[in-house]
Ligand binder design. Sequence first.
Ligand SMILES: NC(=O)C1=CN([C@@H]2O[C@H](COP(=O)(O)OP(=O)(O)OC[C@H]3O[C@@H](n4cnc5c(N)ncnc54)[C@H](OP(=O)(O)O)[C@@H]3O)[C@@H](O)[C@H]2O)C=CC1
Ligand SMILES: C[C@H]1O[C@H](OP(=O)(O)OP(=O)(O)OC[C@H]2O[C@@H](n3cnc4c(=O)[nH]c(N)nc43)[C@H](O)[C@@H]2O)[C@@H](O)[C@@H](O)C1=O
Length: 327
Amino acid sequence: MAKRKVYVAGHRGMVGGAILRQLQARQEAGEDLDLVTRSSAELDLTDQAAVADFMQSEKPDQVILAAAKVGGIHANNTYPAQFIYENLMIECNVIHQAFAAGVLNLLQLGSSCIYPKAVPQPMREDALLTGTLEPTNEPYAIAKIAGIKLCESYNRQYGTDYRSVMPTNLYGPGDNFHPENSHVLPALIRRFHEARLQGRDEVVIWGSGEPRREFLHVDDMAEASLFVAGLDRAIYDDNTQPMLSHINVGSGSDVTILDLARLVAKITGFEGRIATDPSKPDGTMRKLIDVTRLADMGWRASIPLEQGIAETYDWYLKQDQENLKSK
Ligand SMILES: NC(=O)C1=CN([C@@H]2O[C@H](COP(=O)(O)OP(=O)(O)OC[C@H]3O[C@@H](n4cnc5c(N)ncnc54)[C@H](OP(=O)(O)O)[C@@H]3O)[C@@H](O)[C@H]2O)C=CC1
Ligand SMILES: C[C@H]1O[C@H](OP(=O)(O)OP(=O)(O)OC[C@H]2O[C@@H](n3cnc4c(=O)[nH]c(N)nc43)[C@H](O)[C@@H]2O)[C@@H](O)[C@@H](O)C1=O
């Protein structure tokens, strides 16, 4: 039997990298896989003609779409045009050109920010499009909702099997530690680490510290993505209502940002004060997702938050030291 050719879009990113590592482990364990990757420098997924050429020449059996314009609350709020344009273009090009090249199986990653700002918690899949979105990331969320609807529409009209997973806030090795544009967890790991090294007695966190967020380790996310991609179609379809084909992926519990900061302080060894900066946005106050659907299918997260942050900090320290050496 021919090898199954899988294209992982976004393999240099945090999630795509973790998915690729798990697929490579399967390959080493004997699974007949042909793994295809391209960096954004090699293939700009916003370029329709380039994506068409690539799909026609590679003709993968399966596409995993983990490429996107990604960032935290500040980046989303500051670069809304890039977040909506690049994400819509990437989704349209990858999904349509995959279809045009005869790809029947695809999995794409959305985000829990697709759900309305004021919605019963935990947020079920059928909360989609029941209210207005959180303004700080509405353009990104609109693009992610369009991704779900693209998959649903191609499935309805052409009978393809294009699936969508909606992750909660993710973290782990390979994360972006940019001081302004990153998500909260990598930002705090870096800020608390630097404060300890510099002997500072205070670290400031953005907003009130009161919002709650649910965090999932990227290795859990990669495992869940491959679990959903590999589900028998009858099981996937049985568990989705008509016109509601996405599946939430989360850890099932959330923490306040202040408690998260205390945990990061403990792990990084910072013993000073934690202050808040109310001039920075809180964003949505709570976005815990309901993970019943995925749990019923047989998958649950396994990496506890404290352990996951400690491992991520170890990874960060290794990167930090390599960077220091190369300076
Ligand atoms: N991180 C999080 O907390 C969450 C992430 N998600 C979703 O998970 C997915 C993966 O996110 P994550 O791994 O964190 O993001 P990263 O920013 O770590 O990685 C994104 C990847 O996308 C690629 N990419 C971006 N633009 C282009 C382009 N124009 N052409 C080709 N490739 C491009 C980049 O490739 P290159 O490196 O080659 O430039 C990069 O490696 C995204 O869909 C995101 O929306 C959802 C919820 C939370
Ligand atoms: C995954 C998700 O990520 C984004 O949404 P978000 O959950 O609001 O993301 P965030 O991680 O950046 O912030 C979480 C909370 O944490 C607070 N916070 C404190 N101190 C820092 C800090 O130093 N940096 C950041 N970024 N936030 C901080 C911050 O004020 C907020 O209250 C979406 O735009 C969208 O991309 C999306 O889907």
